[in-house]
Design a protein around this ligand. Structure first.
Ligand SMILES: O=C(CO)COP(=O)(O)O
Length: 135
């Protein structure tokens, strides 16, 4: 599965903690991230991650584009609901595209844990069929 990992600045420590805890599951998948989030995952957790641009510089839109092209299967996006973001429209657009294309999206750690446990159980295998269908 292709999994996008994104966190706003005040949520990055939480995401690093989460990715560390679920490293054994995540390392079996293709990981993508916005620039700074990806850098921290690579340096602090040691997972291999494809890095898009930083969120405020278009990274959220790049992930949105991957979703529209059926090139992303899950998004884990630890949003900061208490800080306004200069690129809020991009954040909303990414979330909207997840809903347009039925892409599982977690915006907090509680939901992200359930998504990864579901992934392990095979609940997301329908995405593999979608991928084959789009080829
Ligand atoms: O701003 C972000 C998501 O909207 C995250 O971008 P960075 O990972 O580059 O900080």
């Amino acid at each position: 599965m292709r999994i996008a990992l994104v966190a706003h600045d005040k949520k990055k420590d939480d995401l690093i903690q989460f990715v560390t805890a679920y490293k054994l599951i995540l390392e079996d998948h293709d990981l993508f991230a916005t620039g700074t989030t990806g850098m921290r995952i690579i340096e602090e957790v040691g997972l291999s991650v494809f890095r898009y641009k930083s969120g405020p510089l278009g990274g959220d839109q790049q992930i949105g584009s991957a979703i529209a092209n059926n090139e992303m299967d899950m998004v884990i996006f630890f949003r900061d609901p208490l800080t306004s973001q200069p690129h809020e429209p991009d954040v909303s657009a990414l979330i909207r595209l997840c809903d347009v294309y039925q892409i599982p999206l977690a915006t907090n750690m509680g939901t992200a844990e359930i998504l990864l446990k579901g992934l392990e159980e095979g609940f997301l295998d329908w995405r593999l069929l979608e991928e084959r269908r789009s080829r």
